[in-house]
Design a protein around this ligand. Structure first.
Ligand SMILES: [Zn+2]
Length: 149
């Protein structure tokens, strides 16, 4: 399942990426472009924009009701009966699938304490950001546990 988040649910987009879902984030407010992208790429549109005429929303779009991101994630998982199976596989910044990289491969590109502490790293082939099982992953893990519990 692929998503397209509009400008009003940017944080939700990042979390869906963290959970492993292919999620584009449409930063500008051009409704026509938004709807065109959703249709062209077969993406489920996620929006909080109640001004969008219902009839204009592509089939299967989801109008997000909550303003709390954790509840928003819950809304999406529930609406499509999803159980996240591959968290930590996608770049939070640009949505690209991450690739494993060796400790040697990230030397000099992450802080020394990170290099000595972890052995498993992933990198984004597009924006070059490096990921490791650090703090933000643990916090996300806690939220994920709540979401599934
Ligand atoms: Zn990236």
């Amino acid at each position: 399942m692929r998503f397209l988040a509009d400008a009003m649910v940017g944080r939700l987009a990042k979390w869906l990426r963290a959970l492993g879902y292919d999620t584009l984030y449409h930063r500008d407010g051009d409704d026509a472009a938004l709807l065109a992208t959703a249709a062209a790429e077969g993406r489920v549109l996620l929006t909080r924009d109640t001004r969008l005429p219902r009839g204009d929303l592509p089939a299967g779009s989801l109008l997000i009701r909550s303003d709390r991101v954790e509840d928003q994630i819950r809304e999406v998982l529930r609406a499509f009966d999803l159980r996240p199976t591959s968290p930590g596989t996608r770049c939070l910044r640009c949505n690209t699938l991450l690739a494993p990289v060796s400790r040697e491969g990230v030397a000099g590109r992450v802080p020394d304490f990170v290099l000595t502490r972890y052995t498993a790293f992933r990198t984004c082939p597009l924006c070059r950001r490096i990921y490791w099982p650090g703090t933000h992953r643990r916090r996300m893990g806690e939220v994920l546990a709540r979401l599934c519990g």
